[in-house]
Design a protein around this ligand. Structure first.
Ligand SMILES: [Zn+2]
Ligand SMILES: [Zn+2]
Length: 364
């Protein structure tokens, strides 16, 4: 971050200003980020007054910023009056033992931050039914059989998001905010294009989740207009338990995702408008009215989807297997080719069992 002593572009005071998010002093920068965050929530209708809102938090810098921004939006106003925003907030953290979830240091950062704003924390470990589902998915899959690091990252994201939706549902929370930001949304758009999932772009680019991929649970992105660099500066300024993002560890086994991240980072350093341009262009694509979902990753699919049949046990009691049709997006069709038949099938069927539970939870 380039710093220089200058005049703040907003309040005109002489201060150390940064080249991230305009030449603003610390205080004006933070106010601008909070304003951006609140505007996205209200203008895009991500949540209404009095809503029960969940926050998906891994403990990384983006989710740290999310909790802090939400807490401040609900408690303070520039003019010192009480905030007009009112929500019940529950933080969802997935802390299951697994070979792919990075260290559980996340919860140590989340707990004090949640306590500061009196947010409730709900972890997967504390939920019995969540643990059960986790076991079904986690144990059936031989993770060592997944050779491609990009697949490993993506498969873990797929499971984690489903678990967040499941936890939210169990707590009667239909709206969840996640830490996706302008940079990570851009990365998702670019990887969607490169994997043949262009159909999903209008869903990826919207701050509001319109995909219905987790049935009646919507996962919105209130940090849609804030970049990685801005969030990192924000978290660093707020002196939250900063955990540096792992952008530099690009080895020979880099995934498409991490390569896209470094590509975007380089591009943005030279052309500051890259990320806003990608978002602006992508948002012009019309949201399709008719679509289904990929049975594996739940991304919206159109005519690019492919039906495959898979075997699944009808019930726990009898061993009869039933042929079920699953729909795969382009990216998962490629993924199927990179994994062993057995691994792929067992993963797919256990996720489909998960979705059944997610869909039918309220009938219990
Ligand atoms: Zn200022
Ligand atoms: Zn898929």
């Amino acid at each position: 971050m380039a710093t220089k002593t200058h005049h703040c572009a907003k309040c005109q005071q002489r201060a150390t200003v940064y080249d991230v998010g305009g030449s603003k002093c610390d205080s004006c920068f933070q106010q601008a980020i909070i304003h951006n965050f609140k505007t996205t929530i209200s203008r895009k209708g991500l949540a209404q007054f009095g809503d029960n809102v969940g926050v998906a938090a891994s403990g990384g810098y983006s989710s740290q910023a999310l909790i802090d921004l939400l807490g401040r939006s609900l408690s303070e106003r520039e003019d010192g009056k009480t905030s007009r925003m009112k929500m019940q907030v529950t933080i969802f953290h997935i802390d299951c033992e697994s070979p792919f979830l990075s260290s559980n240091a996340g919860i140590e950062v989340i707990q004090p931050l949640a306590a500061k704003y009196s947010f409730r924390v709900c972890t997967a470990k504390a939920s019995h039914s969540c643990q059960q589902l986790w076991k079904q998915v986690g144990e059936c899959l031989a993770w060592k059989d997944v050779k491609d690091i990009g697949d490993l990252e993506e498969l873990s994201r797929i499971v984690v998001y489903r678990m967040v939706a499941f936890l939210a549902k169990s707590q009667g929370c239909k709206i969840v905010f996640d830490g996706l930001n302008a940079s990570s949304i851009c990365r998702n758009i670019l990887t969607s294009i490169s994997s043949g999932n262009g159909f999903a772009i209008p869903f990826e680019v919207s701050p509001a989740d319109m995909s219905r991929r987790f049935f009646d649970i919507s996962i919105h992105h209130p940090q849609h207009d804030i970049t990685d660099r801005q969030l990192i500066r924000y978290v660093w300024m707020r002196q939250i338990g900063f955990i540096a993002p792992n952008l530099t560890l690009l080895g020979p086994t880099s995934s498409v995702d991490s390569l896209t991240v470094s590509f975007l980072k380089d591009l943005e350093e030279q052309h500051r408008s890259t990320i806003p341009n990608i978002l602006k262009t992508s948002s012009r694509i019309v949201v399709p009215l008719q679509f289904s979902h990929c049975s594996l990753c739940r991304v919206p699919v159109g005519s690019n989807g492919k039906f495959v049949s898979t075997c699944t046990k009808v019930s726990e009691k009898n061993d009869n297997e039933e042929q079920v049709h699953a729909l795969l997006c382009k990216a998962c069709q490629h993924r199927q080719g990179r994994m062993s038949m057995e691994t792929f099938q067992s993963f797919l069927t256990s996720l489909m069992v998960f979705d059944k539970a997610l869909q039918s939870q309220d009938n219990e």
